[in-house]
Design a protein around this ligand. Structure first.
Ligand code: M6R
Length: 605
C-alpha cells in the first residue's frame, strides 16, 4: 500500500526522502513523488510513474531542500499516473499533501465545498488539500485550524496525512486515522514515516500516533494534540532492528533469503519461548485468559489465515479447545454467533492489516480478550490487542510471505502446548515441542539445500502452464491453499488449493493433458485417499508431483520430507511450495519480491 516519508531540519532532505521511499518499495506501489522546500523561497515538486529509480533520475542533482515529504502510491482512486501520484497540490500551489488510506466521502466533500475548483487528478487525496486551502484562503483559518477542520469532515475514512504549507516551510502537519504513521525523533531534525524501516538510518527512536491525533513537527519540536486540541505527552520507543537485517545481501531476491532464514527462525522461537527443559515460557496472565475461554477465534487474512488453519488443528489436538478460523474481511461485517467466553487470536505479520484491525476494533468494543501474534513490535494490532506475542522472524520484505507463515505456525504450536499443559491435557504433556522444532529446523535446512531440484521442477512443469492445482486433506489441504497462493501471487499461474476429496465434485473438469497437480501427503489417515485422487487426475492426463513424508513415501514420489510429528508437517511441506513458486517466478523473469498489483501491508479495507 502507499508509503509515506517526511523530514524537517536536514539539508540532505532529498536523499533522505528518496532512500526512505526505496526502503518502502517492498510494500508495493505504482508511482512516487516528493516535495521539498529549501527555506529560501525555492521549492520543488517531482512525481513519476513507475519505480523510485525513475523518480531519482527525474529529481536529478538540482533539487535540494531541508524539509520535504515523499510518497509511494498504490492506486485506489484513479489510474497510476503522474497526475494522480502524490504529493497532491492545492490549486494556488501553496499546500502539498501525501496520503495513505481512503477518503470514503470525498465525492460529497467535493460537491459540498469545492464545486468551483478545477481538479487536476482523480484522487480522493486532492479533495483534502483543496479543502485545507479553501479554509485558509476563504475562511481565514490558520493552516493548523484548517487542517483540523478538514479532518473533522472525514467521517470514518482512513488516512495517514503529511501536509506542507509553503508559508511555513520548516513545518510538517501530520494526522492519522486507521493508517500507520510514526514520528522519528532526531537531534535537530525529525522525520515521519509509515514504517520505521524507511528511516532506521536516521533514527531508532519513535513516537507512535493514535487515531485522531494531529501533530505539528518542526526541526526542534514535536507537538501532539488530540482531536479536541489538548496537548498529548508521549514517550518514545526504541526500534531494535539493525538496518542490515533489512538488507538482502548477496541474495538476488528477499524472498529467497527469507525462505533460507526459516530454520533459524524456528531455533529463535525455541530460544525465546521455551526453557532448557522444553517447557513454554508464556505470560501467566495470557495463559489464564486463554484457559478461561470456551472457544478460540483465530482471525487473519491471506497467508496468515492459512497459518491459522494449521494453528486451529494444534489448539484442538494439544489443548482440547474448540477453535474456529475466520477470514478477517468477512468476519468484520458478518460476525457469526459467538460462544459464551470467546478469546480472539489475530495473526498478522505486519500488524497493520486493515481488515483484521476492523475486527479487533469490534472485539474491543464487545470487551472480549484478544492476542495479536505479529512480527512487528508496536504495530497497530499489537498495541490494540490485550496481549501480544512477537514472531521474532526479522523483517519480512518480500511481498510473498514465507518465514512469517512458518513462524506463526511454530508459535501457535508452542502456545497450544502451553495451554494444554496448563490444562493438564495428556496430548500436550506428551508433545515435545522443543525437540519437534529442532527436527523441523533441520528438515527445513535439508529442503532449502536442494534448490537445484526445485529450480528443475519449476522449469519442467510450471513455467509454461496457465494453471496448476495443489491438493491434500486436513493439514495437507491447509498447506495446499498456502502453496497455491504463493504460486499465483508471484508467478501469475492460476493456481488453486483443493481438498483432494472435493476434486470429483466439480474441479476435476478442469484437468487436461499436462495440467500440473501437486499432491501433499503427510497424514497417515488420508494418505491412501489422496493417492487415489492423484491417480484419478493422472488418468485424465494430469502431470502429478508428490510431496510426501518419508514415513509415507513410495518409490515414485517426487519430494520426500524428513520425519516430524504429524501435527508439525505443515512447517516442512510448505517449503517445496515456496521454492517452486520462487523458481517459477524467477525463470519467468518476473520481479519476485514485488509482484504486480500486490502490497506487502494491506492498510485499506
Ligand atoms: O500482515 P498480514 O499477515 O496481516 O497480511 C495478511 C496478508 O495480506 C498477507 O499474508 C498476504 O496474503 C501475503 N501477500 C501472502 O504472501
Amino acid at each position: 500500500m502507499c508509503g509515506i516519508v517526511g523530514v524537517t531540519g536536514k539539508d540532505s532532505a532529498v536523499s533522505i526522502l528518496l532512500n526512505g521511499l526505496e526502503k518502502l518499495e517492498y510494500r508495493g506501489y505504482d508511482s512516487a513523488g516528493i516535495y521539498v522546500n529549501d527555506q529560501n523561497g525555492q521549492d520543488y515538486l517531482v512525481k513519476e510513474k513507475g519505480r523510485i529509480d525513475d523518480l531519482r533520475k527525474e529529481v536529478g542533482a538540482n533539487v535540494q531542500g531541508s524539509t520535504g515529504i515523499g510518497h509511494t502510491r498504490w492506486a485506489t482512486h484513479g489510474e497510476p499516473s503522474v497526475a494522480n501520484a502524490h504529493p497532491q497540490v492545492s490549486a494556488d500551489g501553496r499546500f502539498y499533501l501525501v496520503h495513505n488510506g481512503v477518503i470514503e466521502n470525498f465525492q460529497d466533500l467535493k460537491n459540498d465545498y469545492l464545486s468551483d475548483v478545477e481538479f487536476t487528478s482523480q484522487t480522493d487525496t486532492e479533495v483534502i488539500v483543496q479543502l485545507v486551502d479553501r479554509f485558509v484562503t476563504k475562511e481565514g483559518l490558520d493552516t493548523l485550524a484548517a487542517f483540523r477542520k478538514t479532518l473533522s469532515l472525514l467521517g470514518h475514512s482512513s488516512y495517514g496525512f503529511l501536509l506542507m504549507d509553503k508559508e511555513a516551510p520548516d513545518t510538517l502537519y501530520v494526522a492519522k486515522n486507521k493508517s500507520p504513521l510514526l514520528i522519528g525523533v532526531g537531534d535537530g531534525f525529525n522525520v515521519v514515516c509509515s514504517d520505521s524501516l524507511a528511516m532506521l538510518d536516521q533514527t531508532k527512536d519513535y513516537l507512535e500516533l493514535h487515531d485522531g491525533e494531529i501533530v505539528v513537527v518542526k526541526p526542534d519540536e514535536i507537538k501532539i494534540t488530540d482531536q479536541q486540541g489538548n496537548a498529548v505527552e508521549r514517550d518514545t520507543f526504541h526500534v531494535d532492528i539493525d538496518a542490515a537485517q533489512a538488507d538482502k545481501g548477496t541474495y538476488p531476491f528477499y524472498m529467497l533469503k527469507e525462505i533460507d532464514e526459516q530454520p533459524n527462525v524456528m531455533r529463535k522461537l525455541s530460544q525465546v519461548y521455551l526453557n532448557d527443559d522444553g517447557q513454554p515460557v508464556i505470560n501467566a496472565e495470557l495463559l489464564d485468559a486463554l484457559k478461561a475461554a470456551d472457544r478460540l477465534y483465530i482471525v487473519a487474512a491471506g497467508t496468515s489465515y492459512h497459518a491459522g488453519l494449521v494453528g486451529a488443528r494444534l489448539f484442538e489436538s494439544l489443548a482440547n479447545v474448540p477453535t474456529e478460523v475466520h477470514v478477517s474481511s468477512e468476519f468484520a461485517y458478518n460476525q457469526p454467533l459467538l460462544s459464551k467466553k470467546p478469546f480472539f487470536i489475530f495473526l498478522t505479520q505486519s500488524g497493520e492489516t486493515a481488515d483484521s484491525r476492523e475486527v479487533l476494533l469490534n472485539v474491543n468494543e464487545q470487551n472480549f480478550p484478544s492476542l495479536t501474534i505479529t512480527n512487528v513490535p508496536n504495530s497497530t494490532l499489537s498495541r490494540e490487542a490485550t496481549y501480544t506475542l512477537l514472531l521474532h522472524a526479522g523483517p519480512e520484505i518480500a511481498v510473498a510471505s514465507t518465514k512469517a507463515y512458518t513462524a506463526q505456525i511454530a508459535l501457535q504450536a508452542i502456545l497450544a502446548k502451553a495451554l494444554g499443559e496448563a490444562d493438564d491435557q495428556p496430548a500436550a504433556k506428551d508433545f515435545d515441542v522443543k525437540q519437534q522444532l529442532a527436527l523441523v529446523a533441520n528438515g527445513m535446512q535439508a529442503l532449502v539445500d536442494e534448490k537445484a531440484t526445485f529450480d528443475k521442477l519449476a522449469k519442467a512443469d510450471l513455467l509454461k502452464t496457465p494453471n496448476a492445482f495443489y491438493i491434500g486433506r486436513g493439514l495437507d489441504y491447509a498447506v495446499s491453499l498456502e502453496t497455491a497462493l504463493k504460486l499465483k501471487e508471484i508467478s501469475y499461474v492460476q493456481a488453486e488449493g483443493f481438498a483432494s476429496g472435493e476434486l470429483k465434485h466439480g474441479t476435476i473438469a478442469l484437468i487436461e493433458k499436462d495440467t500440473p497437480v501437486i499432491g501433499i501427503i503427510t497424514q497417515q489417515n488420508t494418505a491412501g485417499l489422496t493417492r487415489s485422487n492423484l491417480q484419478e487426475v493422472e488418468a485424465r492426463g494430469a502431470k502429478t508431483i508428490t510431496i510426501v513424508t518419508d514415513a509415507l513415501a513410495k518409490p515414485d514420489d517426487t519430494i520426500i520430507l524428513p520425519t516430524v510429528d504429524e501435527r508439525m508437517t505443515a512447517l516442512l511441506s510448505v517449503v517445496p511450495g515456496q521454492l517452486l513458486a520462487y523458481y517459477t517466478s524467477l525463470n519467468k523473469g518476473l520481479d519476485v519480491d514485488k509482484p504486480r498489483n500486490l502490497a506487502k501491508s494491506v492498510t485499506v479495507e
